[in-house]
Design a protein. Structure first.
Length: 154
């Protein structure tokens, strides 16, 4: 898998492929699961940015800074969607995220992320209302590789 995408590319892809405007919370959760699936299936992050264990769900600080004052994100918010930036493996990962979580509400998405060991470990000794530590990518790889059953055909 080529390591050329940023979280903004992935966010733009996810927004572009949704039939409705997306909340920031949902975007963070879908990006988190894109990272998890990429790590679990290809042993490489789909983007380099980190997540921290926010009080209520995983947050990418860079992504949050870009959209924090916008309640609903529309197609094009992160610039023009450029499909040619994505290789076949990346498209498979993002298609899997959309397929798997399209009908899942934000509460269930957050519950799934928040109950994962990597998220819980990043919240150790952090007060409830504060942003936690960085969620370790290697911990994500190990945890999600054990629970995600996806076979991508080359």
């Amino acid at each position: 898998m080529d390591y050329t995408l940023s979280i903004y590319d992935v966010a733009g892809y996810l927004i572009h492929h949704q039939p409705y405007d997306m909340t920031g919370k949902r975007l963070h959760l879908l990006c988190y699961f894109a990272q998890a699936i990429s790590l679990a299936c290809f042993d490489i992050p789909i983007f380099p940015e980190d997540f921290v264990a926010g009080a209520f769900y995983p947050i990418c600080p860079e992504l949050y800074e870009k959209h924090c004052e916008v309640p609903y994100l529309e197609d094009g918010f992160f610039g023009d969607f450029q499909p040619d930036k994505f290789n076949a493996d990346q498209v498979e990962v993002l298609s899997e995220v959309l397929s798997r979580f399209n009908d899942t509400d934000n509460v269930d998405l957050a519950t799934s992320a928040n109950s994962s060991c990597p998220y819980i470990d990043a919240r150790v000794d952090v007060p409830f209302d504060e942003r936690g530590n960085v969620i370790n990518k290697h911990a994500m790889l190990e945890y999600y590789a054990g629970i995600i059953q996806i076979t991508f055909v080359p």
